[in-house]
Structure formats: C-alpha cells, structure tokens
Ligand binder design. Structure first.
Ligand code: UT7
Length: 337
C-alpha cells in the first residue's frame, strides 16, 4: 500500500538527461586557480564536470532531456499538460525558465511553473507533480531540473571551494497517474531559512537601493555563489538520514526493502556519510558525481537516467531519492519504480 495517497499519485513514465559536450577536468581548473586533482578527488569524489561552451540557457539545455524522457515514455510532445521547472540558474531573472522551455517545445497555453529550491528543487517539484496528478488536475506532467552553473563561477582561487563542485546539466521526467502501486509513495520536504546565507548569491538583489546590481557589487564578487562548505556538509549528513527515515515511515516501508538509494549528487563524501549512517552497502547507493560534478536541480533526474541505463533500476524496485542544499532545503521521496 502506498503511503500518503488518497488517490493514485505520480508514476515515472520516462526519464531523460542532457549534458553539454565540453568536459572540464580538475586539471583544467588549475589554469585559473590554486587547486589540484588530488585535493578535489579526495574531498569531493569529482574528477570532471561539463560546462557549456556557447550561450545556452537552462531551458535550452533541457530540451534534449525532455525529448529523451518523452521517447522513453513512448509519449508525444502534445501529451504534456504542464511544465514544472526546477532551477537556481534560470535563463533570466524573469520570466521563469519554464516559460522559455515551453516556447522551445512549441506548447503555447499549458501552465509553466518555476521552482526555486536549489538542490531540493527537483524533489519539491516532484511533490507538486504528485499532488496535481493525485488531484486529477493533470495527467501528464513534465518535471525538469536544469542548471547552468559555469557562467556564475568565480574562477579565481577565492572561489575554488564552490567552483570545483558544480557542473551544468539537465534532467527530465514525464509523470502520469500511478498504476499497480508504482510511483511516488511518499515525499517529505523541509526548509530552514535561518541558514539562507550559508549558501547563496548576494547580487543582483532587488532589495538594494539604489540599484540591484552595481559596479561595486561586481568588484566585490557578490554575483558569485558563496558557501560555508563545512556548515552545508555537517547539516547535509544529519538532515538527509532524518528525512529519509521520515519519508520511509510515511510510505509504510523499511530501509531493508530498499533496492537503490539515489541521492542528490552534492559531494561523494556526503553520499558516503549518509549511506554509512543508513547502513546501506555500496551496491545500493547510486553515484555519478565523478564525471559530472554537482548539477543541483538536475542531479537526481540525471542520476535516475544513468541508473536506468546501467540496469540498476528495475520495475517494482523500491527507490529512495534525497537531497540537501541551499535554503537550507532538504527532502526525500520514496518511489516504487
Ligand atoms: O549541493 C549542495 C552544495 N554544497 C555542498 O554540498 C558542499 C558541502 N561541502 C563540501 O563539499 C566541502 O566543504 C568542500 C569540498 C566545499 C570543502 O571541503 P572541506 O574539507 O570542508 O574544506 P574547507 O572548506 O574546510 O577548506 C579546507 C582548505 C582551505 O584552505 P585553508 O584555509 O585551510 O588554507 C580551503 O581554502 O581547503 C581549501 N580549499 C581548496 N584547496 C584546493 C577549498 N577548496 C579547495 C580546492 N582546492 N578546490
């Protein structure tokens, strides 16, 4: 029996992903900043990430991911009834990337919602998709997570803690009403705005008088992501196991039934610490951070796509998805594949 559901919730009909072609290795980073492949691999598990090489918005990066998700779902573009777009790096401040994606796809008129919950954006979006489907409001929901980090990174040594982590990427799911007990069984979401500034971008900001972006802000590097890495790390390894237990309990399932844990790919050491606390063996934990880095809202759908490609997700498997990131926000979903 499936957890929270009064009516059948969302089932994953198809998953897709897309990465830019340009590979940026740890060695490549050394041309701009004081760092080393050894340091980055030891602290993060990342060896390379993908960056765009020409003007591309998150919405454009998402298009091939959407097409792959539709193909795998044997669905047509016209089947899509609404778009939920999770990103912290929208094409423009407004309108949302969901509207731009809708334009690229040629689907005028359907609703497009942007979700701004950073690393947990995809699971917040999944929760909305699940609720809409459960209400009977939509039968085919396109959920996208896409990020262009590379154009917002401080390539100097001052930014090396952040820059070594992040990559560009896009992932997408097509969701529809659940059948035969499959799909989202339970989701739990959290946020704690007391720590909003532990991982954030200060500028441009609409609260600044006289202007949201000034030369002084640029000179001070306020347009770059700043992070208290230790704080994020410590909170992530305690909050993620908690929310996973919470979601599992809401779903009526136990950790021992789990086939695969697919965490947001923040840092391999975070994944390993969370898995160790849950007592999960390596074969039940999915990771693809080594070659693509942390792609924020795109990381869970990209991980699902890769896990499916590697034959690590089989129909009927019990899967747990979990995230932690800026806000702070954290979340977990229990899914019957
Ligand atoms: O999706 C959620 C997003 N964020 C995260 O998940 C981040 C979680 N935190 C982390 O991943 C880790 O905190 C980092 C990988 C960012 C940093 O690792 P750490 O072991 O916490 O190092 P630290 O920040 O305590 O820094 C230790 C030293 C510092 O040098 P000093 O002050 O001791 O001289 C840093 O400047 O390591 C230095 N450092 C680097 N050195 C070489 C930081 N980044 C780098 C780097 N290369 N890329």
């Amino acid at each position: 029996m499936g957890g929270d559901r009064a009516q059948p919730g969302a089932m994953i009909l198809g998953v897709g992903g897309n990465l830019p072609a340009r590979v940026v290795t740890n060695q490549d980073l050394t041309q701009w900043m004081e760092t080393s492949d050894a340091w980055i691999v030891e602290r993060t598990g990342i060896r390379a990430r993908r960056w765009i090489s020409e003007d591309t918005g998150a919405s454009e990066l998402a298009v091939p991911a959407v097409k792959q998700a539709l193909e795998r779902a044997s669905a047509r573009l016209e089947d899509v009834e609404c778009i939920i777009f999770a990103t912290l790096s929208p094409d423009h401040h407004f309108p949302g990337s969901g509207c731009f994606l809708q334009q690229h796809l040629g689907l005028p008129g359907i609703p497009a919602l942007d979700v701004r919950n950073q690393c947990s954006g995809f699971l917040y979006g999944l929760s909305i998709a699940d609720a809409w489907i459960r209400l009977g409001q939509y039968r085919r929901v396109l959920l996208v997570g896409a990020e262009i980090h590379s154009t917002g990174l401080d390539l100097s040594t001052a930014g090396r803690d952040v820059t070594c982590l992040f990559g560009d990427g896009a992932g997408a799911l097509l969701l529809g009403p659940s059948e035969a007990g499959r799909g989202v069984l339970a989701t739990r979401l959290h946020a704690d705005g007391r720590y909003a500034k532990s991982l954030w971008i200060e500028a441009p900001n609409s609260r600044a008088v006289p202007a949201r972006l000034t030369h002084a802000m640029l000179d001070e590097g306020k347009h770059f992501t700043r992070m208290n890495g230790r704080h994020v790390f410590t909170m992530a390894v305690s909050r993620m196991p908690e929310v996973i237990h919470e979601a599992l309990s809401a779903s009526g399932h136990e950790l021992s039934e789990l086939a695969l844990f697919v965490p947001h790919q923040a840092n391999q050491r975070i994944t390993e610490a969370v898995a160790a606390q849950l007592g999960l063996p390596e074969e039940k934990v999915f990771s693809n951070i080594e070659t693509i880095g942390n792609t924020t809202a795109a990381s869970i759908p990209l991980a699902l796509r890769d896990a499916e490609d590697q034959g690590r997700l089989k129909r009927g498997d019990l899967v747990v998805l979990a995230s932690f990131g800026a806000g702070f926000t954290w979340a977990a979903s229990v899914v019957r594949w």
